[in-house]
Design a binder for this molecule. Structure first.
Ligand code: ADP
Length: 325
């Protein structure tokens, strides 16, 4: 029987993590299971940064961005000798199941630990990148899209007044899920993502020129991991080639990670937390929990980390069509 579970947040923070921690603690409480919060991700597991999480202690945080457990990256965790220390710390604390909120890197660490030491793990997709295979949804994604939308709407006002061609950088080192959604909801004329390579800078200039015949002000959503970057060099090049235009760039940066979680991120975080507790007490194979077509689903954790989540090519194509004419 599972008597105590540990919970940690790892990798990049995402709005909704706190709502999920709260849900895990309260769902576990109903089942007479204790919850230990592990601070600073896997690093905290190595250093025994443990705190008790009671149902009262997770009050007044449903609406708060970031993570009360803090988060960190931990290179040592990639080595078995450190994972052994982590496992020993779990045993000392009487933790017999682990819930990990993070992205694909965190899932990798959790999956290896689980396999090596036979400890059940549930991974909850929590990354604004929404790039985890096995779920349509990831905690924080919708809030991040909303933040980008609010910012780009403002840039659009000034861009259209000055008839500017604006490159706007959003997060996404390896994936364009965020950029595609952001591009759709902001009416961006062009979306640049790492998964779809653009041949070269001249090819890009030609694309912009074509759009520029009909529209003087253009918004280009640029995911940070695109092949032609960095964004300042691209802007410089396009400006040189389009001397009569006003070309600018803006990097949205870390504002995309912060803020109060939106309605969808609060509801889904609550559901994912609750069902993760239900699943971990079965002491079965380690899994990731997800939401597919509106339903909570589970998938082998190892399968999730070994498979790349495809971008929504249909949404990309439709967005290009309807945001131009
Ligand atoms: P994210 O979870 O957001 O993708 P990272 O890729 O930075 O963030 O991963 C978070 C942490 O997960 C890393 O700092 C490391 O502790 C752990 N991790 C990532 N990859 C591995 C791996 N191959 N083996 C063990 N641990 C890993």
């Amino acid at each position: 029987m599972i008597k105590r579970i540990g919970i940690l947040t790892s990798g990049g923070d995402a709005p909704g993590m706190n709502a999920c921690i709260r849900s895990v603690v309260r769902a576990a409480y109903k089942k007479n299971i204790y919850v230990t919060g592990i601070e600073y991700g896997f690093k905290g597991l190595l250093n025994s940064n443990f705190i008790n999480l009671s149902p009262e202690s997770v009050g007044n945080m449903l609406h708060k961005g970031g993570t009360i457990l803090k988060t960190n990256r931990c290179e040592e965790f990639k080595q078995k000798k450190y994972r052994k220390i982590a496992y020993n710390n779990l045993i000392k604390e009487n933790i017999d199941g682990l819930i990990v909120l993070g992205g694909d890197g965190s899932f990798k660490g959790a999956s290896i630990l689980s396999k090596e030491f036979k400890i059940p793990v549930i991974g909850i997709p929590s990354t604004i990148d929404n790039d985890i295979y096995g779920s349509d949804y990831s905690i924080g994604f919708n809030t991040a899209v909303q933040t980008i939308m609010d910012s780009v709407d403002k840039i659009r006002d000034t861009a259209s007044s000055h008839e500017t061609i604006f490159f706007i950088e959003v997060m996404g080192r390896n994936s364009g899920h965020l950029a595609i959604h952001a591009g759709n909801v902001t009416g961006a004329e062009l979306i640049m993502i790492p998964e779809i390579k653009i041949k070269n800078l001249d090819f890009l200039v030609n694309k912009i020129r074509k759009i520029n015949i009909k529209k003087k002000s253009i918004i280009i959503i640029y995911a940070e991991g695109c092949n032609l970057g960095p964004i300042d060099k691209i802007t410089e090049y396009v400006q040189k080639r389009m001397k009569n235009s006003n070309v600018r760039f803006s990097i949205l940066g870390h504002i995309q990670r912060g803020g109060s979680p939106c309605e969808k991120d609060r509801i889904n975080s609550s559901l994912l937390g609750y069902y993760s507790v239900n699943e971990i007490i079965k002491k079965g194979k380690s899994k990731m929990i997800g939401i597919i077509n509106g339903k909570v689903t589970f998938l082998d954790l190892e399968k999730s980390i070994k498979t790349k989540k495809e971008i929504n090519k249909n949404l990309f194509k439709i967005t290009e069509i309807i945001n131009n004419y």
